[in-house]
Ligand binder design. Sequence first.
Ligand SMILES: Cc1cc2nc3c(=O)[nH]c(=O)nc-3n(C[C@H](O)[C@H](O)[C@H](O)COP(=O)(O)OP(=O)(O)OC[C@H]3O[C@@H](n4cnc5c(N)ncnc54)[C@H](O)[C@@H]3O)c2cc1C
Length: 564
Amino acid sequence: MNQLLRRVLIGIPAGVLAGTALLIILGHPFLTVVFCALVGACYSASLDPTRGTYVDYLMAGAALGVPLWGLVSVIAIPVLSGHQPEWNAEQMRSQFPALIGWVIYGAVLGFLTQTFNDMAASMWGPETGSRVPTEAEKTRIVILGGGFAGMHTAECLERQFRTNPNVKLTLISDTNALLFTPMLAEVAGSSLEPTHISTPLRSSLHRTEFIRGLVSRVDLEGRRIFLASDPTAPESSPVREVSYDHLVFALGAVSNYLGMVNLQKYSFNFKSLLDAIRIRNHVIEMFERADRDPARRKALLTFVVAGGGFAGVELAGALNDYAHGILADYPMLQREDLSVVLVHSRDRILPELSESLARYAQERMEGRGVIFRLNTRLVDAGPGVVTLNDGEIQAETLVWTAGTAPNPLVQALPLNKDKRRALVVGRTLAVPGRQGLWALGDCAAVIDAKTEKPCPPTAQFALREAEVLAQNIRAHVEGRPLREFHFDSLGALCVVGHQTACAELTVPFARNQSVRFSGLLAWAMWRGIYLSKLPGLERKIRVAMDWAVELFFPRDIVQTIELK
Ligand SMILES: Cc1cc2nc3c(=O)[nH]c(=O)nc-3n(C[C@H](O)[C@H](O)[C@H](O)COP(=O)(O)OP(=O)(O)OC[C@H]3O[C@@H](n4cnc5c(N)ncnc54)[C@H](O)[C@@H]3O)c2cc1C
């Protein structure tokens, strides 16, 4: 069926059904039905349908309600009744209920159009243009990595290309969910359930093919990706390969142990959901063992965190709260047996924040019992011992957050890297001199086009880079000029322990100006902001409920995995 005819046929019933509420505002049933059918048809014809994008349609519909209100209620109806348009302040105020009515009409129209589009797609299949392109004719855009950068690039590309049948989107990641890392410390500290901070990639992406697999090799000349073979598959099964026209590297970073093999062997990583689950279970294990082993009690209850950046500080704060919180379940153990030690190589923690705020964070954490070893480096580790450049700590727990490096797959590519070994990209996020190669997020060396400074490896930047990168891929496909990347940081927030956080927020429109505050307000703000950023309404509700339960009940000490 012709694309325009199909959209009009969907829009007319949606517009008429949504228009029931308008009868109250407009009167005149016949005219209202005709008008609503017309609006519905135009609205539906102007949007490219994508399955399940209810929020987009609802928002677009609700936004449409505002100009319709202006045109019809403020101008057309008074003029047709022989009066002046009602646009002075007093009259506009009296038109406020009508505005609400129009916005509701628009939102319902958006909802119904999306529903009818989905029904039409189930009955008649996807929309077709004049000719369906073959697989070989499509532009294949492949994204590697399902973290903040990769996932958001896919979302933005879906918005850019909507139902364009000439483009095929594929996302490959070795995990099937986006991990919301800012809340990872709360999983380790048993405040949040692990799955509540992960959003499934399959259900978040609508027209992107998702492949769960580990990328083992990239053939840049042949434009192919090779996936590691599935260990459960028979040996004879072929290695899967995926071809691309555009390839986006969003593979993130890994822990960097600076060549210290023992540190890698005897420490916990703190990057994935499994890391956080392992740390939580290990802490409980240490308490259980300390309960029956008075001789080793001190070492068992000493938890060393290496690294005074955001991840290390938030983890030390969360572990300290958790360890003190569960002491009541172990009457044999005393508060004095417990130590959380943060080792940092510089003279102050949180280099991302101003010095005064970082000092405040340190004081508050010290007040709660965290021990700081500043200007100190870890040099080695062994079973039950952590070696520093100025002594040893008897401890059964070491968590490494002190260094990261770009994904090894990216490091091994025969392309330009910076001194961090991140992939060098131009201002448009394209790899210079390589048609169709793009990179962003923690694995890329991105320079801000305005400030000329390197962009920090944070989720805040990865998300903004994804928006520009998706726009640029579309511009490239359509032969338009590309945009350069620039983003002014919004600031930083860091939780340092129970109901305390530090905030340094950039003042909008005032370059280099920021406001700093700390304490309960900053903590409430942290929770509010990150809850709003957590993808998916369901996940937001689950996390909010976890936080509510935590206010009234003690932390859970149930071990959920067996530790070897
Ligand atoms: C504990 C912690 C707390 C943090 N807190 C904050 C914060 O509060 N605010 C902030 O802005 N930033 C924070 N960050 C930093 C933020 O998480 C990163 O900057 C962000 O995740 C970078 O996004 P990315 O997509 O580049 O990488 P990632 O999110 O790491 O995603 C990389 C993806 O690639 C996949 N992958 C890797 N290798 C392969 C392979 N070979 N094959 C297939 N898939 C692969 C991974 O599974 C992952 O899905 C935090 C980081 C950590 C570790």
